[in-house]
Design a protein around this ligand. Structure first.
Ligand code: ADP
Ligand code: MG
Length: 538
């Protein structure tokens, strides 16, 4: 037997669990069932795709309560873990952003939805347990299995287990009954039944206790929306997304005919911490006729909509389809195109009919959606239709349509200025004349704004024009060429003095109170873009 230490972050997280920061302890059971269900999916998939020889005929989850011993056991006959996997998967938190999570968790004692977001699922057992045992054997391996035990206090033990069956058994030793536990006795059959019904009804494998199957196993996406409660949708969302906050919007899709599929998509209400990290999880779950095929299928949704969570269940794909084949499959490409259209039209609906939800959505995900302006030329217009931007016209963001409606006589371009922050942009000397003469200027402060404004030719025939560029002139300027007159000697002097620093020195109507400002040549990259390229190492 070996005694090992939990990784530092894992230890901290366990501390939080042991001194339960969370009032709803019921969810530990959901987490265990969710892991068991994942393990069953994996086993079935391995037999379908990798030729694993294992019995997949009666995949199920079994619950067993022992009131006397105060234990609750969750058993699955799924994929199981090797000894190395147990140490790695249960002893550490591999996911990025853990430190950040821990700070947040400490700050937000009453904000339970944060747990689970980062895959702390298994550790939640220590909210109710003073000891947890896990016995497992990996499908397809010969010989012994592995036993893991811990009291959640810094170390765990690991040992061989001679007769372990394939799959995983987790035994939770419940803490002694105290006043609180009297309300929540997790060996109590009605209580267990209630928790399963509430959190795990849609799990696609039977969850059995004794002779009873506790869950209906109905695929949520296959049921008519009117028959599914919000609560059921939310639980399902939590199961697939690991996000505990409620989704902002639920999208059902169904296509019949030559290529049938069903989809259930969710727009989250909050951006995950790793939305802009390259290694973040993204993509949708793919099912074929109710059989789970893969997680994180990036073929189903483009990167700029990576925050969309959900399931696509396609009727006519092969069960052992690989990622390589998926990428080329034209049905998958068709589904993807439809999903994009549907997501964009849903955002548009929010914009038109539910401004509050829309504002939340755009605040959280607008930056990601705008990446689509670069990568998805087919939907450029549709994306611009649902985008909103800060503007000098007021404190509320504006759509481009509304901007166009407010354009002044003679104005035929959409003016914008990019920068790091609203106040920086507003205080830019470039802004002065535009402000003074009542021209509205879009205030673009997201890094991606620098790039798409270069890539998108126009909106409704109106070009995007940076007011920091050399060629831009207020409509008034175009009529009267600048008379250099008395200023000619000054301009010559300045040009001489600044030959190293600037290309040219000109008179301009742009400024009303500042004496001078720097502008870029039309073809030069803007200072912010220059900065961004430098940050990307180019
Ligand atoms: P998550 O489920 O978000 O990955 P958990 O803490 O719930 O995080 O589980 C950590 C990992 O441990 C899982 O990803 C899985 O690889 C492994 N694991 C947990 N429970 C089981 C199980 N019943 N069977 C097989 N592997 C499991
Ligand atoms: Mg889990």
């Amino acid at each position: 037997m070996e005694t090992l230490e939990f990784q530092a972050e894992a230890r901290q997280l366990l501390q939080l669990m042991v001194h339960s920061i969370y009032s709803n302890k019921d969810i530990f059971l959901r987490e265990l069932i969710s892991n068991a269900s994942d393990a069953l999916d994996k086993l079935r998939l391995a037999t379908l795709q990798d030729g694993l020889e294992a019995d997949a005929t009666d995949l199920h989850i079994e619950l067993e309560a022992d009131a006397e011993a105060r234990t609750l056991t969750v058993r699955d006959n799924g994929i199981g873990m090797t000894r190395e996997e147990v140490v790695e998967l249960i002893g550490t938190i591999a996911k990025s952003g853990t430190a950040e999570l821990l700070t947040k968790l400490k700050e937000a004692k009453e904000s339970p939805e944060l747990i689970g977001q980062f895959g702390v699922g298994f550790y939640s057992t220590f909210m109710v347990a003073d000891k947890v045992e896990l016995v497992t054997r990996k499908a397809g391996t010969e010989g012994h299995g592995t036993r893991w035990e811990s009291t959640g206090e810094g170390t765990f033990t690991i040992d061989d287990e001679p007769d372990a069956p394939v799959g995983t058994t987790v035994t939770v030793h419940l803490r002694p009954k105290d006043e609180e536990d009297a309300l929540y006795d997790y060996t109590d059959t009605p209580k267990i039944r209630e928790i399963v019904k509430k959190y795990s009804d849609f799990i696609s494998f039977p969850i059995r206790m004794g002779d009873d199957t506790l869950n209906s196993m109905k695929a949520l996406w296959a049921r008519p929306r009117s028959e599914v409660s919000d609560e059921e949708y939310h639980e399902f969302y939590r199961h697939i997304s690991h996000d505990w906050s409620e989704p902002l919007e639920i999208i059902n899709m169904r296509a019949e005919g030559t290529f049938e599929y069903e989809a259930l998509l969710f727009l989250p209400s909050r951006a995950p911490h790793d939305l802009f990290q390259r290694d973040a999880r993204r993509g949708l779950q793919l099912y074929v006729k109710r059989v789970f095929i893969m997680d994180d299928s990036r073929e189903l949704i483009p990167d700029y909509l990576r925050f969309v969570k959900g399931v696509v269940d396609a009727a006519d794909l092969s069960l052992n389809i690989s990622r390589e084949i998926l990428q080329q499959d034209r049905h998958i490409q068709m589904i993807r195109r439809r999903l994009v259209k549907k997501v964009l039209s849903t955002i548009k609906d929010l914009l038109n009919n539910n401004p509050e939800k829309y504002a939340t959505f755009w605040r959280e995900f607008g930056r990601a959606v705008k990446e689509g302006l670069l990568n998805d030329s087919d939907n450029q217009k549709a994306i611009l239709d649902v985008a909103t931007f800060a503007s000098t016209a007021g404190s509320e963001p504006t759509t481009l349509t509304a901007y166009l409606e407010r354009m002044k006589e003679g104005q035929d371009e959409i003016y914008y200025l990019t920068g790091d922050s609203r106040s920086q942009v507003e205080n830019s000397p470039h802004m002065e004349a535009f402000q003074a003469q009542g021209y509205e200027v879009l205030i673009l402060t997201d890094p991606v704004d620098e790039i798409w404004v270069e890539a998108v030719p126009d909106y409704d025939g109106k070009k995007f024009q940076s007011i920091a560029r050399g060629s831009v002139d207020l409509p008034k300027d175009k009529e009267e060429p600048e008379p250099e007159g008395d200023f000619a000697p000054l301009l010559t002097y300045l040009k001489e003095q600044l030959t190293e620093q600037v290309k040219d020195v000109r008179l301009s109507h742009r400024l009303t109170t500042s004496a001078a400002c720097l502008v870029s040549d039309t073809d030069d990259i803007t200072p912010a873009l220059e900065k961004m390229y430098r940050a990307m190492g180019q």
